[in-house]
Design a protein around this ligand. Structure first.
Ligand code: URA
Length: 456
């Protein structure tokens, strides 16, 4: 004891610089990190001066301890400024984007972007790839022959100015800290923190140089946020973050308890979007696209109310203006615009097989995540980020929740190129449809709107 005392008395009082280990310990013990400490970690993630194991330890501490609003604001801003923040002030008019937290058959960007650009707003959209059971806009677009999602930021601006919309992937210049942190979260079971999700999504979206953002926060079996209260909490964090940064922002909490539309898989989903742009397509997909477009028109100042925005979106589809815009976007990004008039030009799988039920009754639920996993097994998605995908494969749902089935009814059809995991996928799909004696009551597609000032 005496020895310790004399050691501590004689230890020189050196001022240590900031150390990752101290910050990790502070968060582990439920302390609140200062903005400087968070900036230190984010800088370390960006320039690799902090080791992966220390960053991963801090991420896990955040999963357990959460973050205060001050910490979340500091994290989002540090991640946003870890790279380039686009200045689109030379692009006239309002710049508005839409972001979905992801799901199965969730393909609205391919309809909403051309509709809103056709309505006169600018849509600078930086999207992601599919991972696990959920799909990604970039993979869908790449099923169109020649479509280049890897435009430089200079070309991104050029296309945006020329036609009002450009759709690309995250470039190395945009929020590089997120790229590093997300890759660590992916392999350390630290994705599912509302604070980390909020900072990750909002840092990338705010870097796009937008004025307004509509968030589609999915809830249900096929979503990140399975429980509605978790989706609402995440939506509130993102709306608060956007408002603090001076953006107009709303979040729609929408259903992901069954796949959106009837098609799951990359080229199949593009085909379904082309149907919606031609005035057809499944009701749920069309309805959600009209709602999301309407909110973008409201935030972008084109419509006073959502109902008015829906009418504008429907008119842009009916007149063919949205379809023309989609052709223009595809052409300017190097793709085969002929697919809009002739979807048979999209890749098609060689084989089809049906999943059949032996029960009679009503579809009471569809295990949505399993449907996404089945699509991944067929080659339509990635188990790991490095996996390649087959754009042609996927699933067409013949039945959805509420539909009546007889013994022998086809529930869904798989489109496949390889026999390797066909039986596994079919088994998973047959198990995904829950059949009961009565039709369930219909649930609303849009469960809540967060961030709207009043009834819109
Ligand atoms: N999508 C993102 O971009 N980041 C997350 O953390 C989760 C989903």
């Amino acid at each position: 004891m005496l020895a310790f005392a004399s050691i501590s008395r004689t230890r020189p009082r050196v001022r240590l610089g900031m150390r990752a280990v101290d910050i990790i310990r502070k968060k582990r013990d439920a302390g609140e990190l200062t903005p400087e400490e968070i900036q230190f970690l984010v800088r370390g993630a960006t320039d690799d001066s902090i080791s992966d194991y220390q960053l991963a330890a801090w991420l896990m501490a955040v999963v357990w301890r959460g973050m205060t609003r001050l910490e979340l604001a500091a994290l989002t801003e540090a991640m946003l400024h870890s790279g380039e923040v686009l200045d689109l002030s030379d692009v006239s008019g309002t710049k508005v984007d839409k972001h979905s937290t992801g799901g199965v058959g969730d393909k609205t960007s391919l309809v909403v972007a051309p509709v809103v650009a056709a309505g006169g707003l600018h849509v600078p959209m930086i999207s992601g790839r599919g991972l696990g059971h959920s799909g990604g806009t970039l993979d869908k677009l790449e099923s169109i022959r020649g479509f280049n999602v890897n435009l430089s930021l200079t070309d991104f601006r050029r296309v945006l100015k020329q036609c009002g919309c450009a759709l690309i992937g995250q470039t190395p210049q945009i929020a590089p800290a997120d790229k590093k942190l997300y890759s660590l979260r992916d392999v350390t079971a630290t994705v599912e923190s509302p604070y980390l999700i909020c900072a990750s999504i909002m840092s990338k979206k705010l870097a796009e140089g937008i004025d307004a953002l509509v968030l589609d926060v999915k809830t249900g079996d096929g979503a990140f946020m399975k429980r509605e209260e978790d989706a609402v909490y995440l939506a509130e964090l993102m709306v608060e973050t956007g408002q603090r940064m001076g953006k107009k922002i709303v979040a729609l909490i929408t259903d992901m308890d069954q796949p959106l539309g009837r098609k799951v898989g990359n080229a199949l989903e593009v085909e379904e979007c082309i149907d919606v742009l031609a005035g057809g397509g499944p009701d749920d997909l069309r309805e959600l696209c009209l709602d999301l477009s309407a909110w973008m028109f409201v935030l972008g100042g084109k419509s006073k109310r959502v109902a008015e925005g829906r009418i504008l979106a429907a008119e842009l589809i009916a007149s063919g203006a949205a379809r023309d815009k989609f052709r223009e976007i595809i052409r300017l990004q190097g793709g085969d615009a002929g697919v809009v008039d002739d979807p048979s030009r999209l890749p098609h799988a060689k084989n089809k097989a049906a999943a059949i039920t032996m029960q009679e009754g009503y579809v009471t639920a569809i295990r949505c995540e399993q449907v996404g996993v089945a699509s991944m097994l067929l080659g339509g998605g990635r188990a790991k980020k490095e996996d390649s995908i087959d754009p042609a494969v996927g699933i067409v749902l013949e039945k959805k929740v509420g539909d009546h089935v007889l013994a022998g009814s086809v529930l869904c059809t798989i489109h496949y190129n390889s026999d390797e995991r066909k039986s596994e996928a079919l088994g998973l799909l047959a198990d995904s449809f829950v059949i009961g004696p009565a039709a369930p009551s219909a649930k609303p597609l849009v469960r809540k709107v967060i961030g709207a000032d009043g009834p819109a």
